[in-house]
Design a protein around this ligand. Structure first.
Ligand SMILES: *Cc1c(COP(=O)(O)O)cnc(C)c1O
Length: 363
């Protein structure tokens, strides 16, 4: 049986998602599995409308609001369906009649978001960096923004390609919608610049099964004819994410991760640590004769560090030996090849140090 209480037996898991959780969170789950807060039940056996579970709902929302400094005119929703359902819900809710939203494609995930939307409405791809191999983010001044668009969609951190926006794009009055699935809670953000932000939880905010949505009041629209009730943000907002049975276990884990993050000193503090972790790793890669990274430096992701080895015949050996050292899941995305080290909030700095040591020794 896996012994999670012994920290030394845990690997440094560089998986892009589902990703590593803080050991403290797993230990708390283990400790309260059979008796959650004196209820003599596990948390997943409790009714969401009962006497106890609403505490998870209220506290997680309050903690998220505190961590991200979310203004009162934004709703916080906890939904099913992962990041990908958002790709469809966004156009279904926000595109009326003949409106055409703007899409920014800077990597695989934004390409998939565009594809899903184009099955629902007309879309205008205003940026596409596929020709560069998704290695950069073009200057905003070159974006042909449409001031009449119902929204501009972009992916803040491209999990597969290792490209991240260094700052929030300023797009004027058009609502900005961002997929922050792989970097939410990794640094402070100015929520007021967005119409909506969404993020599946299994990368930086918990486990698979729940998706965080932060949405401005005035974005909410009524359920349209033919639209399933589950796909209407307004229904979820009206019911405080209790439109149907929420994924209670996943919600509880997100609640624990948020408390853990507060305990670490909050988002500003974790952002400093994330910055340091990423810089160390990129500095090492840049100085190495063996490894390289092709992403334009200012656009490099602090969460997903992609890299390659000059002698590709050594790829397999690198993966096998790293696993033996307890450095797991370093394989790059199957479409990209190479390696990827996902270093989300829960990856301790020692994990990055251990990876660098291994890379230094690897010949
Ligand atoms: C993982 C990921 C998704 C997809 O999330 P699912 O929960 O698997 O649907 C979407 N966008 C980004 C940026 C991701 O990293």
């Amino acid at each position: 049986m896996l012994n999670v209480s012994s920290k030394t037996s845990r690997v440094y898991n560089f998986s892009p998602g589902p990703a590593m959780l803080p050991t403290e969170v797993l230990e708390q789950m283990q400790a309260e599995l059979l008796d959650w807060q004196g209820t003599n039940s596990s948390v997943m056996e409790l009714s969401h409308r009962g006497k106890y579970f609403p505490k998870v709902m209220h506290e997680s929302e309050a903690d998220l609001r505190e961590l991200l400094n979310i203004p009162d005119n934004y709703h916080v929703l906890f939904l099913h369906g992962g990041g990908r359902l958002q790709f469809a819900m966004v156009p279904m809710n926000f595109v009326a009649n003949d409106q055409v939203p703007d899409y920014v494609t800077t990597g695989l995930w934004s390409k998939l978001a565009l594809k899903e939307a184009s099955n629902i409405c007309m879309v205008n791809q205003i940026v596409n960096t596929e020709d560069s191999g998704y290695t950069l983010i073009p200057n905003l001044s070159d974006w042909p923004l449409n001031p009449e668009a119902p929204y501009v969609h972009f992916v803040d951190n491209e999990t597969v390609d290792g490209v991240e926006f260094a700052t929030t794009p300023e797009v004027g009055k058009v609502p900005l919608i961002s997929d922050m699935s792989s970097n939410i809670l990794s640094r402070p953000i100015d929520i007021e610049k967005y119409g909506m932000i969404y993020a599946c939880a299994q990368k930086n905010a918990g486990v698979a099964g729940i998706t965080i949505v932060i949405i401005r009041d005035d974005m909410l629209t009524d359920q349209k004819k033919g639209m399933p009730g589950m796909l209407c943000y307004k229904n979820h907002a009206k019911e405080h994410s209790y439109f149907n049975t929420p994924p209670t276990l996943a919600w509880y884990v997100t609640g624990l991760v948020l408390k853990w993050l507060k305990h670490q000193g909050g988002v500003k503090k974790i952002a400093e640590i994330n910055q340091r972790k990423a810089k160390k790793l990129y500095d090492f890669i840049d100085s190495s004769d063996l490894f390289y990274n092709q992403v334009h430096k200012p656009d490099r992701s602090r969460m997903n560090v992609v890299f390659n080895i000059r002698d590709e015949s050594k790829t397999e050996r690198f993966l096998i030996e790293s696993e033996k050292r307890g450095l797991t899941n370093l394989k790059g995305h199957h479409l990209k090849g190479g390696f990827r080290a996902s270093i989300y909030n829960a990856m301790p700095e020692e994990g990055v140090d251990a990876l660098i040591d291994f890379m230094r020794e690897f010949k």
